[in-house]
Design a protein around this ligand. Structure first.
Ligand code: 1HN
Length: 350
């Protein structure tokens, strides 16, 4: 048996032009000339290229956008981290992941809206900004994860005195491809009295008044970095032999991924640690919260500093290295694994 029979199939040029013209007139296409590109042998040929967006390059351009474009003219003032493999105008980091770096200046308001794509934010720099999600005012601090699930009202405001920047991660490319992407404008939300994430102050305990359990699909919207970092340090301390010090962000009521399509993780690399990740079908995004990380994938290598973001396609062998001999490094990771698992496409290659 040949290794790849598809390579031997006839091409379009093997067909007479008048036959091809007649097919086109009737909106018909022969399959065999395209079979090997839509289903390549053994693994996909991704459009997604390993790509690195250093914060040092992005930051001054985003601040410049703050001077050039008032918030009223932007709705959201964002520079999109676009993967050249998809074409910059597609605004995709991977097949399903959109990434943007957003700027809010003191006193500005990014008005309330809701939309079908799911969003999250990871705070990169600055203090005093907040986002109100479903009536819950979430104060943004560096490294915090804040969820804005599909269909939920959200708006951003800034009561501090220096610019605030954060990374937005959305499943927009997928939802757009499905022709399911739209938004609805809203009015300022009233902030509801709530304990927010403090309802889930300790792992393993969920509120259960009068023996009942909550039924919100997104019970926790704000995951402070201080808690995630403490959890990672505790895991590392308790397991000196543990290869990967990694936490998944989950719905505390169900233990499931926080959102339906993209998955979110926090990882600690011990001083000097080199970690080879499993080769998996979903694409992944890596964002450095603290420290320096060298990411190597498919003969590309990125020296990542704090605030840097990079993207790696699925099926790509990837190694992370904390180049500091005496400080841990901390990463935020987003991937397409919930989507792949739901679709039955999730794979880990040996
Ligand atoms: C959006 O609503 C936000 O609410 C950020 O901050 C980025 C990118 C595409 C579509 C909607 C936000 C977005 C977005």
């Amino acid at each position: 048996m040949e290794d790849n029979r598809f390579d031997t199939l006839a091409s379009l040029d093997d067909l007479p032009q008048d036959y091809r013209n007649t097919l086109t007139e009737q909106n018909l296409v022969p399959l065999w000339p395209s079979l090997s590109s839509v289903m390549p042998a053994k693994k996909p040929i991704p459009r997604t290229q390993p790509t690195h967006w250093p914060y040092s390059g992005l930051r001054p351009l985003l601040l410049q956008a703050g001077e050039l474009t008032p918030i009223e003219k932007a709705e959201r003032r964002v520079l999109v981290l676009a993967n050249p493999g998809h074409g910059l105008e597609k605004m995709q980091a991977s097949a399903a992941i959109y990434l943007g770096m957003q700027l809010l200046l003191p006193g500005e308001v990014a008005p309330a809206h809701r939309h079908t794509p799911n969003a999250i934010r990871v705070i990169v720099e600055g203090e005093g900004a907040y986002t109100t999600v479903d009536g819950e005012k979430c104060i943004m601090r560096r490294g915090d994860l804040i969820l804005t699930p599909s269909g939920v009202w959200h708006e951003h405001g800034h009561e501090g005195d220096a610019p605030v920047m954060w990374l937005d991660v959305l499943d927009l490319p997928l939802v757009y491809y499905l022709e399911a992407s739209y938004h609805i404008d809203g009015n300022p939300q009233s902030v509801l009295p709530s304990l927010g994430n403090k309802n889930y102050a300790r792992g393993g305990l969920v509120p259960s008044p009068l023996f009942e359990r909550g039924d919100k699909p997104y019970p926790m919207l704000h995951y402070p970095w201080a808690d995630a970092k403490a959890a990672l340090l505790s895991l590392a301390e308790g397991g000196p032999d543990l290869e990967a010090v990694q936490m998944a962000y989950v719905n505390p009521e169900t233990g499931a991924d926080t959102q339906q399509i993209l998955g979110y993780f926090a990882m600690m690399l011990r001083p000097g640690q080199e970690l080879t990740l499993p080769t998996r079908s979903p694409a992944s995004v890596f964002h450095v919260i603290e420290g320096h990380v060298e990411l190597t994938t498919e003969s590309r290598s990125f020296a990542m500093a704090e605030g840097d973001t990079s993207c790696v396609p699925g099926f790509a062998a990837t190694t992370l290295h904390n180049s500091s001999p005496d400080e841990p490094a901390f990463l935020f990771i987003a991937d397409e694994s919930p989507l792949h698992r739901k679709l039955g496409l999730y794979e880990v290659r040996p």
